[in-house]
Design a protein around this ligand. Structure first.
Ligand code: GUN
Length: 296
């Protein structure tokens, strides 16, 4: 079987081209879309993500604000910053990078973000809108996966999609999106997770297997049907003495074992990864477009 590699840089490149045009259109009407990212503390992975988000904003010609707050920031100080960004007319969307230091209450922070600026789509009102099929924003990673399927020509209508993992960020919204009516959806969806009995017997029934369980190489060849489409959302750092860094990134799927059996697969790195920032930028542009509609 010839295997099609679905690459995030190809799909995101196409979307960035469309976003540039939408940004130009906004600028011609006097609006520069603005995205702010709040980083509390010095978590190394978060620092990398936040830097990449800022760089992408600049590259697209968007207004970019990075708010760095010390690790001992109080809940009240962070809540004040959220309220300030809710009110800032130059910031159309913003997010607070997670995880927060353990003394801070993430839920209270997310609940305080204005739903109209919630480009992460983490606010309960936006999560609810995804569930009922009338979303303002889509959560970035599941939206990225859906765009990869659509833009690679993978038929989803009537197909059995098995989602492995039930996180609030990927598994749950992904399943809600795939079961909706419409393009890149209309699927029959099963969600499996760490407590599922005989998980392999279910993953083997998948036409499209979307894996976000956070366990390196969890999906082995015997768990995948011949000809399936496999989307690997996992990014796990594992020890590898042969690698210059002493470690490397692997997905939740045993790529080498699975790749020759499937019709299409996303590699790690280079698969879903680049899509998340891309769809975040898409949400920021959408927030700006909506702000302009409301003001005119
Ligand atoms: N940490 C890891 N992924 C994300 C994300 O998508 N949004 C936020 N706010 N924090 C994260």
């Amino acid at each position: 079987m010839t295997t099609n590699l679905i690459l995030g840089k190809d799909v995101s490149g196409e979307i960035y081209g469309e976003l540039r045009q939408r940004i130009e259109a906004l600028k011609s009407k006097g609006m520069v879309p603005g995205l702010a990212v709040v980083l509390v503390g010095e978590d190394p992975a978060s620092q990398v993500y936040v830097r990449k988000k800022g760089e992408m904003c600049e590259e697209l010609g968007m207004h970019s604000v990075t708010v760095r707050m010390p690790a001992d920031t109080t809940q009240e100080q962070l809540m004040d910053k959220v309220r300030e960004l809710n009110e800032d007319p130059s910031v159309h969307g913003f997010l607070v990078q997670l995880p927060l230091p353990p003394h801070l209450d993430e839920e209270q922070v997310i609940n305080a973000i204005s739903p109209s600026k919630d480009v992460d789509c983490f606010h309960p009102s936006n999560v609810g809108r995804v569930l009922i099929g009338n979303p303002d924003f889509l959560p970035a990673t599941p939206a990225g996966v859906q765009q990869m399927l659509i833009r690679s020509g993978v038929e989803t209508s009537g197909k059995h999609v098995v989602v492995v993992g039930r996180s609030n960020i990927v598994g749950k919204p992904m399943s809600a999106m795939m079961v909706q009516k419409g393009l890149g959806a209309d699927s029959t969806v099963t969600v499996v997770h760490s407590r599922t009995k005989d998980l392999a017997s279910i993953t083997r029934q998948a036409d499209i297997l979307i894996v976000a369980i956070g366990k390196p190489r969890f999906i082995t060849s015997d768990m995948v049907r011949e000809g399936a489409v496999v989307i690997d959302v996992g990014t796990n750092r594992v020890d590898d003495p042969t690698h210059p860094k002493g470690s490397r990134l692997v997905g939740d799927v045993d790529f080498d074992a699975v790749k020759d059996k499937v019709s299409a697969i996303t590699p790690v790195p280079g698969g879903v990864g680049p899509m998340t920032i891309c769809m975040l930028m898409a949400n920021a542009v959408k927030a700006a477009e909506r702000a302009l509609e409301v003001s005119s």
